[in-house]
Design a protein. Structure first.
Length: 46
């Protein structure tokens, strides 16, 4: 799954993703800007 969304710097944003069709497990997400990239993991437990 890939979500690309342009956002204005300096403002907090929330992106809601429907994970109902995804299995329990470990998922990774990446946040990227022009000067920064970070990858984190999240655990989905149903």
């Amino acid at each position: 799954m890939s979500i690309e969304k342009d956002m204005t710097a300096g403002y907090g944003k929330t992106i809601n993703i429907d994970m109902n069709k995804c299995a329990s497990g470990i998922y990774f997400y990446r946040i990227s800007t022009k000067d920064y990239t970070d990858t984190k993991k999240m655990i989905l437990m149903k």
